[in-house]
Design a protein around this ligand. Structure first.
Ligand code: WT7
Length: 638
């Protein structure tokens, strides 16, 4: 069975797209009418991109968990909502029906309430990929608390920064998380973060790894004990809090080109409508399909396309605790075979990494259940696209190349599986309701005379657009809405052909995309500079076979005596401690100076070219304070 708003042909796409642009309010009202609202909206849209101030479904009241859970109980309560595959293939998997999930969410919502959490409070969630992570998220939404999930690869310092910025008084975590052959001591990391965050009132700890943890009296409680308490209270219900369509649903931190990560805020109504609509249309989900997104819930992909989008659509979403290469590089294919997965959504970095093991790990697995493949996180290179298409999709599965961002909440530019044409390395066409435009450096809209190349902006709001950056609305304005007045600026460059097909070329700001994760160069530099003996540093990206981009650091080091490699390890450790292992530099080159202009600005363009190995054309170096450093840097290149 399909959905009333599911687009089934290219003609229909063109017709729907035209309608969505000509009459956006009527269009989105039609989509939104397929959801459960406690009170209908008074007005579909209020917006200006100057402040910015965007409101969708103004005056509407709802609770997203009634759409993700309660709505499915009557006819689909017995259907699997979450299939959970543990890290260790020998451990039992779990199948959680919509009825089970509803029960667990209600139960944990009561645990949160018992522990003092109220509507509007911020709750930080720092857990591995266990079903209870989805339960914790939905339980927050149930009572109107604002969740902020932090990816398990972030350090204590990063957690402390986020706790402080969000002023979060509540934390839900696990004793530890299994990832491949590693056991990450999540609660221990939380304890380190909390040394600086005395305002945290409660830490709820789920047992997963049985790693020994220390519990602080009056602050830390066990998930299991708290569940027992609500069980003895008798009343298993927890009515869904009435939320305004524009009340915040969650905060998710993401890196930018300057300063500390910012808390991207998404709201209840628009986010629900857009993630569900895009999920159904991009992947062409049909009832009873098994859908597997390999992302971590700690990133936006997991929020929108493991939890909210699929559950609001009543889909079966597969959640995998482990990593693609453990116990061997056939793990994804093993999972596809075991559960007869129909739709697989993954990242180019995972595909490239699995490609490097050859076809051995693919053989012996029956992948015939697959109908649709998806890619997200960075431009998918042609070679990875072909491998995915041929060896995983056996030439018969459309691949959707989905371009979007934490700030956009949902997929913006993508083909619709089997409905609109796919083209290797192209995200292709905008979804209905999305109005992309390319601009030149001066902000002039480029209009069609052949193919175009420019900076990618969106000129009209869509329901899941970022509303603010938590606690600092001005930062939201300057980052996204001030560069090209009247438009949302994505930070990406793109090409567009005569048919309107987009090809995203990558970030045009100082943001790196490492294994599909966004990392600001300034953030890595700040972390490196924390090392006692580092004088100054500059970080750029370089092409990396598997990660897409690697991190190249040029470091000026105060008198070097010991072993250079030990010093490198030491600097890496510092970055790991300040940000997390995901931000460790791949290469550290020691230099005595950096190429700077007379006004003291580092000329990253030159450093980038050197890191990329493009030594012949470094551009104009005559404005440098000391052109000699360039020679030195080139000769010491790693
Ligand atoms: C940046 C957003 C959206 C979830 C994952 C990353 C890059 C993402 C694609 C794609 C080319 C892509 C962009 C974007 N990106 N998907 N299909 N083709 N580039 O979310 O951390 O917010 O990063 O990822 O550069 O701006 P994020």
């Amino acid at each position: 069975m399909s959905y009333p708003y599911q687009i089934k042909s290219f003609d229909q796409y063109q017709q729907v797209y035209r309608h969505s642009v000509e009459q956006p309010e009527q269009f989105w009202a039609g989509i939104a009418s397929h959801f459960t609202w406690k009170k209908k909206w008074d007005k579909v849209l209020d917006w200006n991109f100057e402040s910015p101030d965007v409101k969708w479904f103004v005056g509407g009241k709802l609770n997203i968990t009634e759409n993700a859970l309660d709505r499915h109980l009557q006819y689909n309560g017995h259907r699997p909502a979450i299939i959970w595959e543990p890290n260790d293939p020998d451990e039992h998997h779990r199948i959680i029906t919509y009825r089970d999930l509803h029960f667990k969410v209600v139960q944990f919502a009561n645990v949160l309430k018992n522990n003092g959490v109220k509507k509007g409070d911020r709750v930080v969630i720092y857990m591995g990929m266990v079903p209870e992570l989805a339960v914790a998220i939905l339980a927050c939404a149930r009572i109107g608390a604002v969740h902020s999930v932090i990816f398990g690869g972030f350090s204590a310092q990063s957690i402390a920064d986020r706790l402080q910025d969000a002023q979060a008084e509540y934390i839900v975590t696990c004793d530890g998380a299994f990832r491949g052959n590693k056991d990450i001591p999540l609660k221990g990391i939380i304890d380190d973060a909390l040394v600086q965050c005395r305002f945290v009132k409660r830490v709820i700890v789920l047992t997963r790894t049985r790693t020994p943890v220390s519990m602080i009296k009056g602050r830390d409680v066990w998930w299991e004990d708290e569940i027992k308490k609500v069980e003895t209270m008798g009343n298993p219900d927890c009515p869904a809090e009435e939320m305004d369509a524009e009340d915040p649903l969650f905060i998710l931190y993401t890196s930018g080109s300057t300063g500390k990560p910012k808390g991207v805020v998404h709201t209840c109504g628009g986010y629900m409508v857009y993630t569900t609509y895009s999920f159904v249309n991009v992947f062409q989900y049909e009832q009873e399909d098994i859908y597997f997104c390999t992302a971590d819930v700690g990133w936006i992909t997991g929020h929108s396309y493991i939890v909210y989008g699929p559950l609001c659509a009543g889909a079966t979403t597969l959640m995998f605790e482990g990593v693609p290469t453990w116990p061997d590089a056939g793990r994804f294919w093993d999972i596809v075979d075991k559960y007869r997965v129909n739709i697989l959504y993954t990242a180019p970095t995972a595909i490239r990494s699995l490609m490097s093991f050859g076809l051995g790990p693919v053989h012996g697995h029956d992948l015939s259940s697959l109908k649709v493949l998806g890619s997200v996180g960075e431009p998918i290179n042609e070679e990875a696209w072909q491998w995915f298409h041929e060896h995983i999709g056996k030439g018969k599965c459309p691949i959707v190349d989905t371009w979007w961002q934490t700030e956009t909440g949902g997929i913006m530019i993508s083909n619709l599986a089997g409905v609109t044409p796919a083209r290797p390395a192209h995200a292709t066409l905008p979804l209905p309701g999305i109005q992309p435009v390319l601009v030149d450096e001066q902000g002039n809209e480029l209009t069609h005379e052949g193919s175009l190349s420019g900076n990618l902006c969106i000129k009209f709001p869509w329901p899941s657009i970022i509303r603010t950056t938590y606690g600092d609305h001005e930062r939201c304005r300057t980052t996204y809405f001030a560069t090209y007045p009247g438009k949302y600026f994505t930070g990406d460059g793109a090409l567009c052909d005569e048919e309107g097909n987009y090809r995203i070329t990558g970030r045009v700001d100082d943001v790196l995309n490492v294994s599909g994760h966004r990392i600001g160069t300034a953030e890595v530099e700040n972390a490196i500079n924390m090392h006692g003996a580092v004088v100054e540093s500059a970080v750029v990206g370089f092409p990396h076979d598997i990660k897409g981009q690697g991190i190249y650091a040029y470091v000026i080091y105060g008198n070097m005596h010991g072993d250079e490699n030990l010093t490198r390890q030491d600097i890496s450790q510092t970055v790991s401690r300040i940000i997390g292992p995901i931000a460790k530099p791949d290469k550290i080159q020691f230099v005595t100076g950096l190429p700077k202009t007379r006004s003291g600005k580092i000329m990253r363009r030159i450093l980038r070219k050197i890191a990329e190995g493009e030594l012949s054309n470094l551009g104009d170096t005559t404005t440098l304070l000391d052109p000699g450093v360039v020679e030195e840097i080139i000769s010491g290149r790693l």
